[in-house]
Design a protein around this ligand. Structure first.
Ligand SMILES: Cc1ncc(COP(=O)(O)O)c(C=O)c1O
Length: 351
């Protein structure tokens, strides 16, 4: 496919535009007032999402941030603690919402390069029941792990955390924004991953290319609490079937193509790793995210500007490095064009 004047946009998998099938489904969506529980398309999306994740019930929300927030509000009371990785999306990028709106404290634990918190550290962080201690309200994990370069948490690891959590009576919330990428990388159904957590949030608007929306899943009683929390944050919608229709297409048509994005990310990583001085942890390139550090002496901002001049957009991940994300609108030619640009921008003095 030849490239038009649009830049190759690797900043995120959120930049995708709805597919033609999504636009058709949106135009034709059957709708009702979802706050009255009367939108049939939202009901269909929630039922489909719950079934795919093997959960009793699901709730359609505006974003991944809102999904994590309502899940934490449903699990925790004011003053409760959430055990959370220090590289987690909830900690870094969600405006401290759980603390601001729910009075939930973050008990931050170190994250290893594969997105894991140490099991003994989790066990030690769960508070014993004592009047002076805060109550541990939830343990949060993230898969795939954004700031760790899209690594997928192994099912055995999730099972070990679930065992510790159950033995101490603490629920596990999984920020599974990209759970279908994780499932594809591990070669297991998403439900097998979801089974290790009490609640799971996943996004329709990332690699699945829907324009809006995420889904929270869990038991029916948990989803009732999450629904109340969604109302509290102003997230109850009306004829939301118009956007939920695109989410249904995302689940029906976009999940099976995710391995293509993973192959392209690996090709990107392999090409980038050839550039002298560039630092890239190949073992963490498991899905559609590639994080790397430019050769020393090259400022990240200069790399971003140079790539942009060559028609490639990438993002600055601060302490983690620079980030490229493959998605439905990035084809093989775009990957090769990106590598050619990277060779020019990242190796200007290479001989
Ligand atoms: C792991 C993770 N969780 C949650 C979110 C939040 O999703 P949203 O941007 O829809 O609020 C993101 C967004 O990039 C994410 O990567």
């Amino acid at each position: 496919m030849a490239h038009d004047a649009r830049p190759i946009d690797l900043r995120s998998d959120t930049v995708t535009r709805p597919t033609p099938a999504m636009r058709r489904a949106m135009a034709e969506a059957e709708v009702g007032d979802d706050q009255y529980g009367e939108d049939p398309t939202v009901h269909r999306l929630e039922a489909r999402a719950a079934a795919m994740l093997g959960k009793e019930a699901a709730l359609y929300v505006a974003s991944g941030t809102m999904g994590n927030l309502v899940a934490l509000l449903a699990h925790c009371g004011r003053g409760d603690e959430a055990i959370l990785g220090d590289e987690s999306h909830i900690f870094w990028y969600e405006s401290g919402g759980a603390a601001a709106l729910g009075g939930i404290a973050f008990n931050l634990r170190p994250t290893d390069r594969f997105g894991r918190l140490a099991l003994d550290d989790i066990a030690g962080a769960i508070r014993p029941v004592r009047a002076g201690y805060p109550r541990t309200g939830v343990i949060c994990l993230e898969t795939t792990h954004n700031r760790c370069g899209g690594v997928a948490l192994p099912v055995d690891y999730l099972r070990d955390v679930a065992e510790i959590a159950r033995s101490r009576g603490v629920p596990v919330h999984l920020d599974g924004a990209r759970i279908f990428n994780a499932a594809a990388a591990l070669g297991v159904p998403a439900a097998e991953i979801a089974a290790q957590a009490d609640s799971v949030q996943f996004c329709l608007s990332k690699g699945l290319a829907a324009p809006v929306g995420s889904v929270v899943t869990g038991t029916a009683s948990f989803i009732e609490a999450a629904r109340r929390a969604r109302n509290l944050v102003g997230g109850a919608m009306r004829q939301a079937g118009v956007i939920a229709a695109a989410g249904l297409v995302a689940l029906e048509e976009m999940v099976n193509r995710l391995p293509d994005d993973h192959v392209r990310a690996r090709r990107l990583a392999t090409g980038l790793a050839q550039i002298p001085g560039l630092v890239l942890d190949a073992a963490t390139v498991q899905t559609n995210i590639v994080i790397f550090r430019p050769p020393s002496g090259l400022a990240p901002e200069a790399v971003i500007a140079g790539m942009k001049d060559d028609g490639v957009l990438i993002s600055n991940y601060g302490t983690r490095g620079l980030r490229m994300v493959t998605h439905y609108e990035v084809d093989d030619a775009a990957i090769e064009a990106t590598l050619a640009a990277a060779e020019r921008v990242l190796a200007p003095v290479a001989v």
